[in-house]
Design a protein around this ligand. Structure first.
Ligand code: NAI
Length: 716
């Protein structure tokens, strides 16, 4: 069976149906390329008998895009061969485009990346009108660029400016929006209509040509040298840099490929595109992002960290204790996925207030046309707001999200647990208290587990599942099912203070604050955080989480470690936090005063007094930006290795995904462990040693790192 079926009808219309054997979706790989080149050979022979060509798909979707398995393996020293291979395939697409016969894409479903590029290479695009269909070029999200002609054809079709969001942000469009944007030419309401519209185009345009192959072609919206366009393009790289902070080469190369390509003929532009494509595909950032956002995320989604042998569960009724910020968000995220929710607080009024959070979010969706009033009412009717534990009966899962107080948590556990379904599981959303300790209050500690959500729950995709000493595999598997049922990403960690994410997050903020203790200017510190790729700097985020909470967590950790017979070594950040809170009453953003000032009107700005209290001008002038950036990324990576070493983390995939989706660890790195792998394990250990000598013991390479470095073996 060939990947492209060749049907030349008696009406002289050739239908090429892409149907990659053994795959649920079509992808661009070696097999496809061979089939394409064989197809082109046949077309050359039959050309006189062909009136026009329809490109279609036998799968549910049109075409999924490039084959990432293949792309991921290409190394730097294979870049030249890779370029030749890409150019070879593009020449085949180009042949069909310029063979003198009309070619129409019949887009029956989602067409992404290389799939949309095939359609763009056709003279006409008809798509089945289905709102679920996605059309787009998402390569940028994996650090790549559309290397199948996308950066050349799309701007020539709709103009540079209109093409940028699709190319550089990977924006996807449903067919109706794609029609409006000029990415496709027609909609069809049935497969039959789609095919007949394709034929109509062929009949009406026997000598179809792409606009850019016609004499006198002018770039829509203006070529780069057009004065209005030249003015915009002059600032485009700076605006892009503002977004990427120089961490993401892909959007920069896409901009370059599109603009440089638009100044030459199509075929030269296509070669320019291939060169940038090869550079990105063989570079570190694309490898990092593909490895984590594609392979590892898929492994997690496929249940990589879920124990085997437990039947998959679908939850029907979930109880949520505490209708505060977290409880309200958990109720919303659960009810919107079709699950009944009992939202309990100490008064009906409190519980209703928690429910009204869902109402607010849903109303926003309705006002934006993303949901109907009836759908909103259906979600709300699934949430029962109550003050009575009796309403928890038959819940298959109860999630506790009351105040962070172990006594209170024990009480609500004892009260609620007997009410739930016989084999129900009980979860705590604690952010700091060890799960094994909370499980003491449970009559069925094997059914007790941690489900650590992140705030705001409706937006944050990660849930950290914490396995206590007594938690059974079955409970873990079922908790995993719940997290997936509500469409979130589960990572699994073993019990320890701060679990994984909070622990690593703590090292990030403390490192930033300790730079202030050393006399580094606060603006340099927050800038270094952002330039390293973190979403915000460490001082900004400290203000958000509040400095008093950091003091509280420190006190608890200190108590714990002293109880375990260890001596507490003060972190250099502690003194700064104490001066801020105890001497100057600056607790953070919520109280209007932290490292930043928060004027009622206008933007926040750094508290000027920081200069007098902490800044050493000489030191600030001489500090190396690279050192600051390294400290921020290294300290978190080192703590993550410790979590692996101590068995808090079970897999590298959980480490990478958890660090990005939970903490915002620089996504260009592919996560805290991928950062180490791509840096080179041995080089990383050496640099960590240097940082230890310069900045303190906390950078000491953990034994697991030393061992890997000796063997020069990546974390896997
Ligand atoms: P919150 O203060 O907004 O809400 C707590 C709610 O629990 C209040 O509505 C309170 O009335 C209710 N409550 C107290 N006693 C109760 C009882 N006996 N029965 C039922 N409800 C009762 O607190 P928040 O921020 O929602 O935190 C809840 C839990 O989630 C805490 O354990 C916290 O550590 C954890 N957490 C918080 C995160 C955050 O970013 N705020 C992130 C992850 C976890």
């Amino acid at each position: 069976m060939t990947a492209i079926q060749y049907d030349l009808g008696s009406d002289q219309i050739l239908t090429l149906t892409i149907d990659m054997p053994g795959q649920s979706a079509n992808t661009m790989n070696g097999e496809f390329r061979t089939a394409l080149s064989e197809t082109v050979d046949r077309v050359k022979q039959d050309l006189d008998n062909i009136k026009g060509i329809v490109v279609a798909s036998a799968k549910k979707t049109f075409f999924a895009g490039g084959d990432l398995n293949e792309l991921h393996k290409v190394t730097r020293d294979q870049a030249k061969d890779f370029e030749d291979m890409v150019n070879g395939m593009k020449a085949d697409m180009r042949f069909l485009e310029t063979c003198g016969k009309p070619v129409v894409a019949a887009i029956n479903g989602t067409a992404l990346g290389g799939g949309l590029e095939i359609a763009l290479a056709c003279h006409h695009r008809v798509a089945l009108d289905n709102d679920k269909t996605q059309l787009g070029l998402p390569e940028v999200s994996l650090g790549l660029l559309p290397g199948g002609g996308g950066t050349q054809r799309l701007p020539r079709m709709i103009g540079l400016e209109a093409a940028f969001p699709l190319l550089m942000e990977g924006k996807k469009l449903a067919p109706k929006a794609a029609l409006k944007a000029g990415v496709i030419d027609a909609l069809a309401s049935s497969p039959e209509e789609m095919m007949s519209k394709a034929r109509e185009f062929i009949e009406a345009n026997p000598k179809a040509q792409q606009p850019w192959d016609k004499k006198g072609f002018k770039m829509p919206g203006g070529a780069p040298h057009h004065p209005a366009m030249a003015q915009k393009l002059a600032i485009a790289p700076a605006m892009l840099r503002q977004k990427t902070k120089g961490c993401y080469p892909a959007p920069e190369r896409i901009l370059a490929a599109a603009v440089e390509g638009a100044q030459v003929d199509f075929d030269s532009g296509s070669l320019i595109e291939t060169r940038y494509f090869a550079e990105l595909a063989t570079g570190n950032v694309a490898k990092n992002m593909t490895s984590t956002f594609w392979f590892q995320l898929n492994a997690i989604k496929a249940g990589g960290s879920r124990p085997d042998g437990v039947e998959k569960e679908t939850f029907k009724k979930v109880g949520v204790l505490g209708a505060g910020m977290m409880g309200a968000g958990i109720a919303y995220s659960t009810a919107t996925r079709g699950v009944e929710v009992v939202l309990k607080d100490i008064s009906v009024e409190n519980a209703e207030k928690g429910k009204s959070y869902s109402e607010k979010l849903l109303a926003k969706k309705v006002s934006r046309g993303r949901m109907t009033e009836a759908e909103k009412d259906a979600v709300l009717s699934r949430i029962t707001a109550t003050d009575s534990a009796d309403d928890l009966k038959n819940c298959d899962l109860i999630i506790e999200a009351v105040f962070e107080d172990s006594g209170l948590k024990a009480n609500v556990t004892r009260e609620a647990e007997p009410k739930m379904a016989a084999n129900g599981i009980f979860a705590s959303n604690t952010s700091t208290i060890p799960i094994s300790q909370l499980a003491d209050a449970s009559a069925k500690p094997e059914n007790f587990i941690g489900l650590h959500f992140f705030s705001p729950v409706d937006k944050m995709q990660l849930v950290e599942i914490i396995v206590g000493e007594t938690t059974s595999d079955e409970t873990l598997a079922r908790a995993f099912d719940y997290v997936q049922q509500i469409g979130k990403i589960p990572i699994v960690v073993n019990d320890s203070r701060g679990f994984f994410t909070s622990r690593v997050f703590g090292t990030f903020v403390n490192e930033g604050i300790s730079m202030l203790a050393e006399g580094i200017h606060p603006a340099s510190i927050d800038n270094a955080g952002v330039l390293a790729g973190m979403p915000v700097g460490p001082l900004t985020i400290s203000d958000e989480v509040t400095l008093t909470l950091m003091q509280h967590i420190r006190a608890e950790s200190k108590k714990d470690s002293e109880a375990a017979g260890q001596t507490w070594t003060a972190h250099p950040a502690e003194a700064v936090i104490d001066v801020m809170v105890n001497t100057h009453n600056r607790k953070g953003k919520a109280s209007g005063a932290g490292f930043y000032e928060y004027p009622e009107k206008g933007k926040k700005y750094l508290w000027p007094e920081l200069e007098n209290l902490f800044v050493d001008q000489e030191k600030s002038r001489n500090v190396k930006l690279q050192d600051l950036k390294d400290r921020i990324l290294f300290i978190q990576a080192i703590e993550t290795i410790r979590c692996l070493e101590e068995g808090v983390l079970r897999t590298v995939a959980d480490a990478n995904i958890g660090s990005i989706f939970g903490i915002g660890y620089a996504p260009w790195t592919g996560g805290a462990i991928q950062f180490v792998n791509q840096y080179g394990v041995r080089k990383f250990a050496e640099r960590a040693q240097e940082l230890t000598e310069q900045y303190g013991e906390r950078f000491t390479p953990p034994a697991m790192l030393v061992e890997k470095a000796e063997k020069n073996e990546a974390f896997a």
